[in-house]
Design a protein around this ligand. Sequence first.
Ligand code: FDA
Length: 394
Amino acid sequence: MNNHFDAIILGAGAAGMMCAFTAGRRGRRVLLLDHAEAPGAKILISGGGRCNFTNTGTEPSRFFSANPHFARSALSRYTQHDFIALVEKHRIPYHEKTLGQLFCDGSARAIVGLLLDECEAAGVDLRLRHRVVDVSRAEAFRVETDRGTFTAPALVLATGGLSIPKMGATGLSLEVARRFGLPIVETRPALVPLTFGEADLALMRPISGVSLPVEARAGKTRFREAMLFTHRGLSGPAILQVSTPWRAGEAVTLDLLPDVDATAWLLARKNERPKAALHTVLAEQLPQRLASALGQVRLAQHTRPIGELGNKALKEVATLLKGMALTPTGTEGYAKAEVMAGGVDTAALSSQTMAAQDVPGLHVIGEAVDVTGWLGGYNFQWAWSSGWCAGMSV
Ligand code: FDA
């Protein structure tokens, strides 16, 4: 059997499959290797099984990276509209849920089916259940596996990030990149629930399951979406979003009433409902269980009816509701993280081709690169865009 190819791609996930059929269509002999039993495992579980495959509002500002401009080129060379056209070509019904997020009407299997059909049509040689034992380079790249050794002048690292190790996530791309001298931006779990210490859990744990719309902020980045209290801390889209820019030791600031001038509202209610307890008034705007918990844990000093509270005290309550600063103890880690932030440093890569500047033929795509999208289909769009660019280059 001839084990020499034009390009070897490690990882048959979103980015790897896109790269493989793009190169295959150009007449390249492509080997797509994966250690898993089946390709695209994360696609299958994504978006609650319906795969939020892109976002109509994709633009570079929706991505975090040490170089915020890096994603611009790939995102403009292969856009969300290109992927939507591919979904339509395969007659996959889809809908916009909210905030530009596009989901399959049916199962995420349709997206894996699309990618596999395209790979087959492009003559991609897909080999599963191959454990990579060693990667080296002489005249060509040499990938040694437990089922044979393969060579090619181009190698694409597409094994994704470290999140959900239970599903077979590994750091192979990072290890190989490091071996070839590429710098790595420190990796960390992202799009992940945040955990808190006992003092904050006294508020959060009893109201586990309560959710409300908030504006959550970490550093200068703000997201206005739903937040969920859990028995370990905070989750929900607003928290998953801020978990990416959040750094250990920093506070996350919550506006629990993003559409309300809390000071004006409380002063008005003081006149209108002077005999009501503070938590009863808070329950007009907040979920009942949260209002009671705030009354017991954070505002326990204000036991008298609102009419008897001074304006200064009410302003303090308003300040708390509009800017509750809480410092997480950490995150729920890679076991619960939707993605890994950090990865192969974009400074070592061409933004047009994803090729390593100093290692001819080596490319890195998808989540292994230090480009992390917001929640909402952006990470798949990055996988499609970066995969397409490398597929046009190898
Ligand atoms: P991906 O993880 O897709 O593929 C990597 C491939 O490499 C896998 O097939 C794996 O088996 C293989 N591999 C790993 N190590 C290997 C090794 N050592 N040897 C050989 N093969 C190896 N994003 C989004 O935009 N919309 C969404 O709805 C969701 N939903 C979602 C839900 C959940 C629960 C998770 C965990 C993640 C999401 N995401 C998401 C994120 C999205 O799944 C992710 O960003 C992309 O799959 C990344 O694509 P990649 O191709 O880079 O990696």
